[in-house]
Design a protein around this ligand. Sequence first.
Ligand code: ZN
Length: 81
Amino acid sequence: MPALHGWVITPNMKDVRCQECRSQMEVGFILDHTHGRPKVTVWHPGEPERSFWRGLRVADDKLREINVYRCKKCGLLRAYA
Ligand SMILES: [Zn+2]
């Protein structure tokens, strides 16, 4: 499976611990089902600016896919982009 743009997991992020209960966290992502096509939710820098054509002005080259860790015990989420 090819690496996704902006998706970075360094070796020391393979044992991420929950800041609440110190349990192990597992990596995942937030699924975006807009327009019926599954996509990974992305992070965009800056504040949202309205655009007539697209709804929001989007700098496509600045987007980063968000990986989200979830604690297996308490469910706490922790996101990286
Ligand atoms: Zn936890």
